[in-house]
Design a binder for this molecule. Structure first.
Ligand SMILES: NC(=O)c1ccc[n+]([C@@H]2O[C@H](COP(=O)([O-])OP(=O)(O)OC[C@H]3O[C@@H](n4cnc5c(N)ncnc54)[C@H](O)[C@@H]3O)[C@@H](O)[C@H]2O)c1
Length: 332
């Protein structure tokens, strides 16, 4: 099969690219290498993808911005003229400006990339007749809902950060295009993803990095906030299963939660990292941050039933694997 994958140089996108290539699929990747975090890490991710397939003809990177519709048209023109037919190309739209707190500092950028960029990707589908679209959404759309675990039918109209609002807007845009132009769409609401090559701004990476260097860690709130942490291999497995559903069943528009369906206190997470590193954290407490949710917790019964999603890595094993990767990557 053939995939147009945006955000391939990032954390989740690079894992997905490696996984697709391993099965002999062809991946046309788009990324603009934005400077949200180290470009070295993103270039390294692309190197890892390039080496993973063992065949030069299966992976092609188009460096450019999803906000630039003429770049997108040129890229699609090139792919469809020379390499594949539109009916054989599935779009996996992973690229975004991620992160809750930074979205409050630069809301216009988040709106531009996450809403206008997503609109451009859907417009490309309309214009070039692409009929399958997967969108990386987020647990953040549930806002401060009181009912937990969160199910896909729960209200998601009350986002509490700019980032969350852009993800919800992306879902709405997906629904509209699905309805207007017969594009089959699946939105995946990812719950805090971690593992090798994780984004360095995320808590698990930050805490591991600071603790291992003997530096203090800043903890926002009293440590009682809870997250459903999802190991990267489970996210990739769920995403691949959603892609299979798009290809085999052509649903009109569907939403699935992808999490571990277990919610863990921040203070417990820190204990796990301390245990793996054999170090005690020196914690600097700060008040909870605006935009941060009190809890995330995925009801995954729909993904289990329809997609056959079955996450396997609990947080205890996942942190072991993460810390092992962190130590190796620091010495390589
Ligand atoms: N990591 C998580 O815990 C998590 C949770 C929920 C949802 N998500 C969503 O999953 C997706 C991937 O997240 P990630 O953690 O891998 O982030 P990431 O920052 O590692 O990857 C995003 C990639 O998109 C690229 N990108 C950003 N703006 C672009 C633009 N204008 N044009 C082209 N490319 C652009 C970046 O350069 C980067 O390589 C995002 O849509 C994010 O919102 C992630």
């Amino acid at each position: 099969m053939n995939y147009l994958l945006t955000g391939a140089a990032g954390f989740i996108g690079s894992h997905l690219a490696v996984n697709l290539l391993k099965d002999g699929n062809r991946v046309f990747a788009i990324d603009n290498f934005c400077d949200f975090y180290s470009l070295d890490k993103k270039r390294k991710n692309i190197e890892i993808i390039g080496k993973s397939s063992g065949r030069d003809d299966l992976f092609r990177l188009y460096e450019g911005d999803i906000r630039d519709s003429s770049f997108l048209k040129k890229t699609l023109g090139d792919i469809l003229k020379t390499q594949v037919k539109s009916e054989d190309l599935t779009v996996i739209h992973i690229a975004a400006m991620p992160g809750v707190r930074p979205s409050l500092e630069n809301p216009a950028l988040y709106v531009d990339v996450n809403i206008n960029g997503t609109l451009n990707m859907l417009e490309i589908c309309r214009e070039f007749g692409l009929k399958r679209f997967l969108f990386a959404s987020s647990s953040s759309v549930y806002g401060n809902n009181k009912k937990a675990p969160f199910s896909e039918d729960d209200p998601a109209e009350n986002p509490i950060s700019v980032y969350a609002a852009t993800k919800k807007a992306g879902e709405l845009m997906c629904h509209t295009y699905s309805n207007l132009y017969d594009i089959s769409v699946i939105c995946l609401r990812y719950f805090t993803v971690y593992g090798a090559r994780q984004r360095p701004d995320l808590a698990i990476y930050r805490f591991t990095d600071l603790l291992s260097k003997g530096r203090p860690i800043t903890v926002f709130g009293d440590g009682s906030s809870r997250r459903d942490y999802t190991y990267i291999d489970d996210i990739i497995d769920g995403t691949r299963k959603a892609v299979v559903r798009l290809e085999n069943d052509r649903p009109a528009f569907e939403i699935y939660n992808l999490g571990e369906s277990r919610t863990v206190e921040l203070s417990y997470l820190i204990k796990l990292i301390e245990k793996e590193l054999g170090k005690k954290a020196n914690m600097v407490r700060k008040p909870g941050q605006p935009g941060d949710m009190a809890i995330t917790y995925a009801d995954i019964s729909r993904a289990k039933e329809v997609l056959g999603y079955n996450p396997k890595t609990d947080i205890e094993d996942g942190i072991k694997l993460f810390v092992r990767w962190y130590k190796e990557s620091e010495t390589s």
